[in-house]
Structures are given as structure tokens and as C-alpha cells.
Ligand binder design. Sequence first.
Ligand code: F6P
Length: 363
Amino acid sequence: MTTIRRIGVLTGGGDCPGLNAVIRAVTKTAMHQYKLEVLGIEDGYLGLIQNRMRLLQWNDVSNILTLGGTILGTSNQANPQCFAIERSGKTEWVDVTDRVVDHVRANELDAVVCIGGDGTMTGAANLIKNGINCIGVPKTIDNDLEGCERTFGFDTAVHTAVECFDKIHTTAMSHHRVMVVEVMGRNAGWLALHSGVASGADVILIPEIPYDLDVIAAVLYERSKKGKRFSILCVSEGAKPKGGDVVVQRRVETSPDPIRLGGIANKLVADIEERTKLDARATVLGHIQRGGSPTPADRVLATQFGYHALEILMKGAHGQLVVQQAGRLAEVPIESVAGKQRKVPPDDPLVSTARAVGTCFGD
Ligand code: F6P
């Protein structure tokens, strides 16, 4: 078994609340419990490609538990296997894994703790194949990492969204409007499902259950017949009509996952107004869901994840992702989750609960 003396830590992909709490837990456990040195790698895999890392001191990770974002910086456009470089004014895609391996060896890192989502785990799986020990920590507001029932950042994003829904509610009531609120989540509906249920949305649209506009229009009519002169729709950015497709906002060609979703709320408002003649408005919550201080639940989860990553590493783990399963900390091989997304099963208990209280899923 390799003796662990020095480790690296990086945060990859889109940021989310709780990243600093994990960095703190990893670094403090490493220093306090195991007397290790920790190098903070800047901007995710970009820092490994460009050899940008610094020795973290205790003070660097003090007072960051409650801080949103990441003190290390992040990037969702740096995949060592397919890295964009400019040559004679043209973009070329090259595999720079060897360069990353050289930098890991030159800095004498015995392991790298990779805090990130599926893109970061795909990158970690490649490094593991090339002889680098990586331990994964599951991050994302989307809560869509395979094999893990709860990622940190999700709870905070739901809280943020629900605060916004509560505000939308009062203006919707005053103006007797249909308010369509778009939340993030990529191709998984967890964020929409939880924030929609928590805010009492009348209609929740998620990618896993394609919607029918006629069904939505009927619900809106039914509500107004009963004297409810406003309605709230919670729409996942990845929602799509039956037989139709998602709304793509942009393509980020240098990103491992180039599609950026967004715009479904505006499309729905146009469709609903045309179909029902009701007054409708769209609100896109966007990156506000990724910002701010983590909730207490996320601070606790992030701290547990960071601690557990060090515990399993010191017990000899190689290429494992820390996960939560049935409420307990566990680990699964990173290669078994790389490139996969955990979707909402259409018969998820929370979907059934929402249906039972009269929420429409547009189907
Ligand atoms: O994966 C997190 C997430 O916020 C998704 O919910 C969203 O689709 C995407 O990242 C947005 O990415 P970007 O920050 O590149 O616009």
C-alpha cells in the first residue's frame, strides 16, 4: 500500500454551495488527524493541466465553512482528454493526460481529492486509468450523480428556489397571473420536483415526464373555474413536450458537456398565452441557485463527505467516490458512475405524493 504523505484537492465543474465546506473538511482532517500536506489545485483540472497549485495552510481553510463558491476556483471547460488549444488561429483538441500525470508526480501528490459532478468523475476515471489515485466527492445542485442519493449543494439550491417561489406567489395572486418559473437541473428533474413540492406549485414539469400543453391548459382553466385566479408552474430547464425537444440556450464548445439548457419558461408562456388567453409571465432563476451560503444540512453533509474521503483514502481506497446511500456514507468505484446521470423515476415516491395532493405533471 502507498504511504500517503501529500494530497491534492480540486473543485471541478459548475460551482455550488458547500464546496468550501468540503475543502475545509478534507484539509483539516488531513492536517489535524493524519499530519498530511495538502495542495490546493486551482480552477479544477485546468490547474492540473497548467501546474497551478499551492500548499494550503490551516488559516487558508479557516472561516470558509459558510462561504459560497470555492476558494480554489473551478472550471467546466478543462477536460485533460480533450483540451482545447489555439494553433494558427484555429481550435484543436488534444489529449493532455500525460502532462497532468507529470504534474501530479512532480508535485509528489499521492492522491487527488476531486470534488465535482459527473464531468469531474469522468475526468477522474481517466486519471485513475493512468495510475493516479483519485477520491471523488459528489457535488451538484442537480442531485443527479449516479449511485448517490444526495449531493451537497442541492439542499441550498432548493432553499434558494423556494424563497423565490414564495415571492412569485404574492405577485401572482395580486395580478391573477400564470407564473412560469424555470429552475436548473440539466436533464434531471430533482431540483424542480423538490422546489415545486416545497412551494406548492400547481404544475411541475420535469425532463423525465414529457408534458402535453392541452393537459396544462385544462388545469389552468379548472383552477380559474374554481375561483383560483392565479397559477404557479415550476419548470425544469430540461423539460420538454411530448414528442418534442428541450430548449437549448447555447453551446459551449470548449466544455466536455457543451449543451446549456434554458428558455423553456419563455416558450411555455408564449404557448400558454396563445392557448388560454390568460396573462402569463416567465422568471428564470438561473445561477442564483448556485450562489450563497450553504444551508446547515449542506454544511453537515459537505463536512461528512470531506472527512469520509480522507478516512477511506487512509484505509487504502483507490478510485472511489464517497456517496450517501440509504442515509449512510458509503463509497462506489468512480468508474462505475463516470458519465452517468441519476434521473427522477416517474414513479418516485415524491412524484406520487405530489400527484396525490393534486399537482399536475403535465401528462
Ligand atoms: O450542473 C449544474 C448546472 O448549474 C446545471 O443545473 C446547469 O444546466 C448548468 O450547470 C449551467 O452551466 P453553466 O454555469 O456553464 O451555464
